[in-house]
Design a protein around this ligand. Structure first.
Ligand SMILES: [Zn+2]
Length: 396
């Protein structure tokens, strides 16, 4: 998808000087890039593939230095100017490597290299970075860098565990990428968001992950639990995990999201339901069922019968800032529904504001993690990942 464009750009450069993409060198090398499996030092040195964009074209990769383009068949080229992606071309996948300065994608700098491939008429833009480099961007996106050092380290371990758990379960499957850069995985925005404090927390916990029974855990975390975390099974079906149990949390009261109230109009409730259940015309009543103070099920009586939703399904019918957590109660006021609640997020696993509170009171990151993840061990990722990384290099 790039080569024809480069040729076009070359002509444009020579004729009009508009673009400056040049294909300077083209030769066959011995090792196709996909088999090289570049690795840095230690467990966090393995490569993770993060999908940073799915574009129809027009996006630009550039750098302050000439970039090396590598094709799976071993051919390589050098680009000394911006590469403009074009989804209409049919050239297969390729890898763009930096030449001493970071690559930029649409102006934002990224560590590592960028892989381009096509899927369903779109261009997938995939950043290949080490787990360490990935975490340097993810951790500051998940927690304020000015929080206590032990809270940052706890977050680094939770984020690393999330990453390795995903890789562990995906091992052996053929996929175009490992993680997305959105809240579907963990928010990843490249180098622009990195801070010295969070980078230090990543380095201080290098290779450490949470395990249960010698496997990496599903390390869910959330903003504010509101006083008590939740069993995972009450939030998601098929998530009865022994280490994701409800625990008391007396550390997050300083969170601005600790207590909240929302007023939902009758029309807002009706339209939220009819988007999901178009046959519902009017709602006659709503009943909440709770466990550990959290809403686990919602019965909605309507003109044609009753439907029962999981509490989390009900919450997600509305915009994220309307029903902020499942720890809430409701009352009718005139034609409105008043929702009063505590906490923000699903309430499972580590409470981030609780981690901050614990760090401020002198707890270590190990004690913070042990509090929110029941019965887990802090292990080195190396043992798990050595076998895994070899497998991944083979299957690429
Ligand atoms: Zn909490």
């Amino acid at each position: 998808m790039i080569a024809p464009l480069m040729q076009e750009a070359f002509h444009r450069t020579t004729s009009a000087g508009v673009w400056c993409v040049l294909m300077c060198v083209l030769w066959v090398s011995c090792v196709p890039y996909g088999m090289s499996g570049r690795q840095g030092r230690g467990a966090d040195g393995i490569i993770v593939r993060v999908m940073i964009d799915k574009t129809s074209g027009g996006s630009v990769i550039d750098s302050e230095r000439p970039m090396r383009i590598m094709y799976p068949n071993g051919m390589t080229a050098t680009a000394v100017g911006p590469i403009v992606l074009d989804a209409t071309s049919t050239v297969g996948k390729m890898l763009v490597e930096p030449g001493g300065r970071p690559l930029r994608y649409n102006g934002a700098p990224y560590r590592g290299s960028i892989e381009i491939c096509q899927s369903e008429g779109k261009i997938l833009v995939i950043n290949r970075v080490t787990v360490r480099e990935y975490l340097m961007s993810v951790v500051p996106g998940e927690i304020p860098s000015k929080w206590g050092r032990e809270a940052l380290k706890a977050q680094a371990v939770a984020a690393r565990t999330y990453c390795y758990t995903h890789l562990y379960h995906a091992a052996g499957r053929r996929t175009l990428y490992d993680l997305s850069s959105t809240t579907d995985s963990q928010v990843y925005r490249g180098m622009n968001v990195e801070t010295p404090e969070t980078t230090e927390a990543v380095a201080a916990t290098d290779g450490e992950i949470l395990t249960y029974g010698d496997r990496p855990i599903v390390a869910y975390f959330h903003s504010t639990c509101g006083g008590k975390t939740s069993d995972a099974k009450f939030v998601w079906e098929h998530s009865d995990l022994p280490y994701l149990r409800s625990v008391e949390c007396s550390y997050c009261a300083a969170s601005p999201k600790f207590a909240w109230q929302t007023r939902l109009s009758r029309e807002e409730v009706r339209s939220a339901f009819t988007r999901r259940y178009p046959t519902i015309s009017s709602i006659k009543g709503i009943t909440l069922k709770k466990k550990h103070g959290r809403v686990v099920a919602v019965s909605v009586r309507h003109s044609r019968g009753t439907i029962v939703l999981r509490g989390n399904e009900f919450r997600l019918l509305f915009q994220p800032d309307r029903i902020k957590s499942l720890m809430f109660s409701s009352r009718v006021s005139g034609r409105d529904l008043i929702i009063t609640g505590y906490g923000w997020g699903h309430g499972v696993g580590m409470c981030q504001w609780g981690a901050k509170g614990m760090a401020d009171r002198g707890f270590s990151y190990r004690e913070i993690l042990a509090h929110y993840y029941s019965g887990v061990s802090l292990s080195g990722a190396k043992t798990i990942q050595v076998a895994h990384s070899r497998e991944r290099v083979k299957r690429r």
